[in-house]
Write a protein that binds this ligand. Structure first.
Ligand code: P1T
Length: 381
């Protein structure tokens, strides 16, 4: 089955009791048993729920994995992965990543004795010098949020395999429409399903997808023990979102390209971060591992002034100034004060998250309206 069919039919079946084409929203916490332990496969909705199962099966299908797990947020999914580790273990992570991921690593898990090394992974050779017998996980986000760096998943997986270290890839920005980390050698794919998978800015959710049964069992154990699951209504909404992922992503990519090219030619713009440009430092890797370049674009204007960044985001009319990304509607953001405020200024500036940086999640509106909106806002700086 090809991807554009999998989004709609992958691992799905009509509801066995009624033939309903979409799974019902099984709004129940528990399930009747005829005698203790004798039930129809479901006993308590923290452990499993049929609507969530339908979603988890769809997630596995679109990521070419065997097992999917859905959580109450992207961070809950990340939390589950790090709980595979023990005090004393070490993680090597990309140094440009979502601020909330950085926060849970440094402010929560470092207190539990897990050590994180944040490094630039655009040059994968640098990774090996951080590996010791304590290293248990490599955490990759690609494209990175918000600098749009690209990390070569296959090259990192050669290193993780050689040293028998788990490799997890946060695939939120790319989505399985553009790249499939499991096919490139990753062990775990993670998503903030809040973003493109849900696609309509109406749900907060996270996901993990894996191939290995033993790893899936460990993650399920943590999911059930810690309880950060998503409810049946949200499961239904994200399942519905996934059915249009391929058509939405096609338009996100087209509009993202047009916006990036418009900005790159604009006289008031200093730098545009978008991996589709031939002069993007990791363009060749992006071309190799992604089928297109996505709908996320970051930029700084000439003069590098925070006031100008504010003026732009305050004056955009169609792009809404808001946290998050990946919905049908275009959003703008100011990473330094919003999504990445939890990263100390000196650290974030080293990776390029300066105060003048603006991030755009380019939606699927008419491209002429989006360009006109940007053009108007840029006139004011
Ligand atoms: O917000 P949540 O569903 O918990 O997902 C966290 C997360 C994880 N990974 C990446 C790459 C992300 O972008 C996010 C959430 N990001 C935003 C809210 C944002 O605006 O960047």
């Amino acid at each position: 089955m090809k991807f554009n069919t999998k989004t709609i039919h992958g691992n799905q079946q009509h509801d066995p009791s009624t033939g309903a084409v979409m799974p019902p929203i099984y709004q129940t916490s528990t399930y009747a048993q005829t005698s203790p332990g004798n039930h129809k496969g479901y006993e308590y909705s923290r452990t499993t729920n049929p609507t969530r199962t339908a979603l988890e099966n769809a997630l596995a299908s679109i990521e070419n994995g065997k097992f999917g797990l859905a959580f109450g947020s992207g961070l809950a999914a990340i939390d589950c992965v790090i709980k595979l580790l023990n005090p004393g273990d070490e993680v090597i992570s990309t140094n440009d990543l979502y601020g909330g991921s950085y926060r849970i690593f440094t402010k929560i898990f470092e207190n539990y004795g897990i050590k994180f090394h944040f490094i630039g992974m655009e040059n994968t050779e640098s990774i090996e010098s951080y590996i010791s017998d304590k290293t248990k996980l490599i955490w990759v986000e690609t494209p990175t949020n918000p600098m749009m760096n690209i990390i070569d998943i296959e090259a990192v997986s050669k290193i993780s395999n050689k040293h028998q270290i788990l490799l997890a890839v946060d695939n939120t920005f790319a989505t399985p429409y553009l790249q499939n980390p499991l096919d490139l050698g990753a062990d775990i794919v993670m998503h903030s399903a809040t973003k493109y998978l849900g696609g309509h800015s109406d749900v907060v959710m996270g996901a993990l997808i894996v191939n290995d049964k033993e790893l899936a069992d460990k993650l399920h154990f943590i999911q059930n023990s810690c309880g950060a699951i998503c409810g049946p209504m949200d499961s239904f909404l994200v399942l519905r979102g996934i059915k249009t992922l391929h058509v939405r992503m096609q338009r996100h990519c087209e509009n993202g390209k047009a916006v990036a090219e418009f900005l790159a030619k604009h006289p008031k713009i200093e730098n545009v971060y978008w991996p589709g440009f031939k002069n993007h430092p990791n363009h060749e890797i992006a071309k190799k591992q992604m089928s297109d370049f996505g709908g996320m674009v970051s930029f700084v204007s000439k003069g590098n002034k925070i006031e100008d960044a504010y003026k732009i985001v305050e004056n955009l009319k169609i792009f809404t100034l808001a946290e998050s990304l990946g919905g049908v509607e275009s959003l703008s953001g100011h990473p330094a004060s919003m999504t990445h405020a939890s990263i100390p200024k000196a650290i974030r500036e080293k990776t390029g998250i300066v105060d003048s940086l603006v991030r755009l999640s380019v939606g699927i509106e008419d491209i002429d309206d989006l360009i006109a909106d940007l053009d108007n806002a840029l006139r004011l700086i």
